[in-house]
Ligand binder design. Sequence first.
Ligand code: PA5
Length: 419
Amino acid sequence: MEFIYENSNVLDSEIAKYSKKIVEAHEMLHNGTGEGSDFLGWVGLEYDKEEYERIKEVAQRIRRDSDYLIVIGIGGSYLGARAVIEALSNNFSVKNVLFAGNNMSPDYLNDLIDFVKDSDFSINVISKSGTTTEPAIAFSVFKDLLIKKYGKEKARERIYITTDKEKGLLKKEAMSEMYETFIVPDNIGGRFSVLTPVGLLPIAVAGINIDAIMLGASQAMQKYESLQDNEAYTYAAIRNILLKKGKNVEVLVNYEPKLHYFTEWWKQLFGESEGKNGKGILPYGVDNTTDLHSLGQYIQDGQRLMFETVLNVEHPYRDIKIPAQSDKDLDFLSSKSLNDVNHMAMEGTIIAHTQGDVPNLMITIDRIDEFNIGWLIYFFEKACGISGYLLGVNPFNQPGVEAYKKEMFRLLKEDTIIE
Ligand code: PA5
C-alpha cells in the first residue's frame, strides 16, 4: 500500500507541527492512557486461537448444510463483513451470505424471506449489546421461520450467535437454547470488530481466505506500530490540518464498484468515531466514474468544503481491450486497455478537482485481494484512532446513537406510531 499527499495542499512543515500531538496520540493508543481506553483490543489484533479455528470449522459446516447464511446485525455488527465480502467477490456472483436486521423495512424482510424460504439456510445473529432493536426483530422472524421449516431441534443447529461473553439478552437466550456462540471481545467496539468473529465468520462462510486477511492486517499492524514513517499517522494529521482549513467533508473515492460497501464501512468507522461534541469531518463517499455524472458537478463546482481520498486499485483481475471504434470521434479509445482508461479518468478527475480547490490524498493498492483488504482495514482503524485523539474526542464511544433510540422507544411505548 502506498499513501501519497502531494496534491493535498498540505506542506510537510505543517505536518511537522503535528509531531508532538502525534506522539501524544500514539501514546494514548498504545499505553491506554486516552479516553475510551477500554476499547483498544483491536490495536494489537488480539484473538483467541481456538475460537479462530472454530470459525473456520463452523464456516465449512454452514457452507455444507446451507445455501445461504443470513447475517443479522446492524452498524459495526454487519458493515465490515459486507464490505469485505463485496470487495472480494465477483461483481455478479449470487452471494451465499445475505444481510438482515440492518433496517426495519417490512418489504426488505418479506423479500428476503421469499428469497430464502425454499432453500436451506442458517442465521448468524450478531449484536455486542444483545439488545439492539433491528437485529432483535429480524432474529425473531427468522427463528420462527427456521422452526417452521426444520422443527425446533434442527432449527437450533442452524442458529449461530455472536455476542458478549456474558451480558445481554442474546447471550441469555444462546445459553438457554444452547446455540453455538462466538464472542465479541469486551475491549473491541462494533465498528472496530471486523477482524473478530463478528466479521470473520460471515467472511469465511463466503469462501474467503480469512488467514490471508489476517496476514495483511498483522503486517499493517507491525508497519504502523512505530512513529517512524507511519502513513496512518500522516493521513490522520493531514485530515485534521485540512479540517482546520475549512475542509469539513472527506470524500472517499473509488473507481471499483466492488468497493462501495468498503466505503460504507469507512463512513461508519470515521463518522461514529469522530462526529461528536460538535466536531469531526463528515465522511462521504462516491463510486466513480458513475458518480462523476451526478455528484461530480458538486465536487467540482459546489461549496468548497471537501477534500478527497482516492482508493486507487492498480490492477484488475482481468482487463479488457476496447474494440476498434468505427466513429472517428471515438477512435482515441480503439485498442486501449479499459484499466488504462479508468486510470486516465481518475488522473483527469484529480487534476480537475485539485484545480477546483479540492485537495487530494491517494491510497494505492496493487489489486483488491485478501491481503490488501486486511491491510487497509488496519490502516484505517489505526488512522481513525489517532485522528480522533488529534481532534480531541473519544473515538471509541457513540453517545449520539442513543438519542434516536430514546425517542423511538418513547413513541413505541406511547403507541403513537401511525398504522
Ligand atoms: O460501532 C458501533 O458500536 C455500533 O455501530 C454498533 O455496532 C451498532 O449500534 C450495533 O450494536 P450491537 O452490536 O450492540 O447490536
